[in-house]
Design a protein around this ligand. Structure first.
Ligand SMILES: NC(=O)c1ccc[n+]([C@@H]2O[C@H](COP(=O)([O-])OP(=O)(O)OC[C@H]3O[C@@H](n4cnc5c(N)ncnc54)[C@H](OP(=O)(O)O)[C@@H]3O)[C@@H](O)[C@H]2O)c1
Length: 332
């Protein structure tokens, strides 16, 4: 697997990582795979997908526990990125960026992950009640204490359409500029995929210009871009896609031309190449500072996704993706 370097701390990871979230969170809980997920993490490491992305919030807590089972056995093979700053309450998810909380949460993550250092510690969401510099300062102290190697910031809050005259990630960039004054940002994590390319506009160039790594979350469009989902198949109430505007039967049907296009390009690269692999290869083609973080809980998907490393899209392929219709279905 190609290795890519993330940020100021020059941390090297496989170009395709593994998003561990679907193993314990956000997708239908009845379809969680238990032990197969542990095997899937091992498989990812075997294939060079070293970056394991988790969060204390996923589960909550159980996703870090799962990743910790693997780290206990093979810490040297993995690059672990986790997140802090979101708490799952009874009814809501709430941000908490208070410095004391951040430090306690880090200790708890270290225990669950069964490691003495987190490679990349990411601020999941800024707390509107706490100046982001204060939260980031506490995270920087964790680096100084040797509990964390590098810091990252997630830029998911602004998901959805842009307001007139603003770009989707303008607020994130302002936040990044503030935290950079306190301690270097090593990586930004945000959605980037064939059907959600907004980060290309300003956020990716911002990262590239400053040597900041970019972790592409949801690179498979929550599974849609793999072509394995059927319009109208329905999602369980605890699946994010049950409330996602692009996953109504109507929108899934009307967005099929995107999958058809990915399938057409895949076919040109060989019989065994899949739309998922083309979607990931497209993400990797957006810059040497980009790492794709596809989520998966099955060994089969993990292996398929790691195989995208071998798919090199041509300029004609990339132009064809650019010509695909924009996705329909907006959060607005
Ligand atoms: N920072 C944040 O706020 C934030 C937000 C969202 C996501 N993330 C990170 O980004 C990662 C990726 O996002 P995501 O998992 O939501 O979305 P994704 O990677 O776009 O898609 C994941 C879905 O695709 C399916 N899938 C994966 N590989 C497949 C393949 N080769 N063929 C068919 N289906 C396949 C998975 O199925 P199975 O589940 O059945 O394996 C899962 O349902 C997460 O795991 C998380 O680490 C971060």
């Amino acid at each position: 697997m190609e290795r890519r370097t993330i940020g100021a701390a020059a941390l090297a990871v496989g170009a395709i990582g593994l998003g561990c979230m679907p193993m314990s969170w956000a997708y239908s809980s009845s379809r969680q795979r238990g032990e197969e997920s542990v095997r899937a993490v091992h498989r990812a490491l075997d294939l060079g997908s070293t970056l394991l992305d988790t969060a204390d919030m996923y589960g909550p807590f159980t996703n870090e526990l799962l990743v910790g089972r693997v780290l206990k056995e093979r810490r040297q093979d993995a690059f672990v990125s986790t997140k802090v700053g979101l708490l799952v309450g009874e009814q809501h998810i709430v941000a908490n960026g208070r410095p004391g909380y951040v430090k306690r949460a880090c200790d708890a993550s270290l225990r669950r992950l069964q490691t003495d250092v987190i490679d990349l510690y990411q601020l999941h969401r800024a707390d509107p009640e706490v100046p982001v510099e204060e939260t980031w300062g506490a995270m920087a102290e964790l680096v100084q204490a040797g509990k964390v190697r590098a810091l990252g910031l997630c830029a998911m809050g602004a998901r959805g359409g842009r307001r007139l005259g603003t770009r989707l990630h303008d607020a994130t960039i302002r936040q990044l500029q503030r935290v950079q004054q306190v301690f270097p940002v090593s990586a930004v994590q945000a959605e980037l995929s064939v059907w959600s390319p907004e980060a290309l506009e300003a956020l990716l160039p911002w990262c590239e210009a400053r040597g900041v790594g970019f972790l592409a979350a949801m690179p498979l469009g929550n599974g849609f871009l793999t072509g394995t989902l059927t319009p109208g198949e329905g999602f369980e109430p605890d699946d994010v896609r049950a409330r996602h505007p692009r996953f109504t039967a109507e929108m899934m049907a009307s967005n099929q031309p995107i999958v058809v296009g990915l399938r057409r390009i895949a076919a040109r690269h060989g019989d065994s190449v899949t739309p998922a692999q083309v979607a990931l290869a497209w993400v990797l083609a957006q810059g040497r500072h980009v790492v794709a973080v596809p989520g998966a809980k099955r060994e089969r998907w993990v292996a398929e996704n790691a195989g995208a490393d071998a798919v090199r899209l041509t300029a004609a392929d990339l132009a064809e993706v650019a010509e695909l219709p924009g996705a329909r279905g907006s959060w607005d």
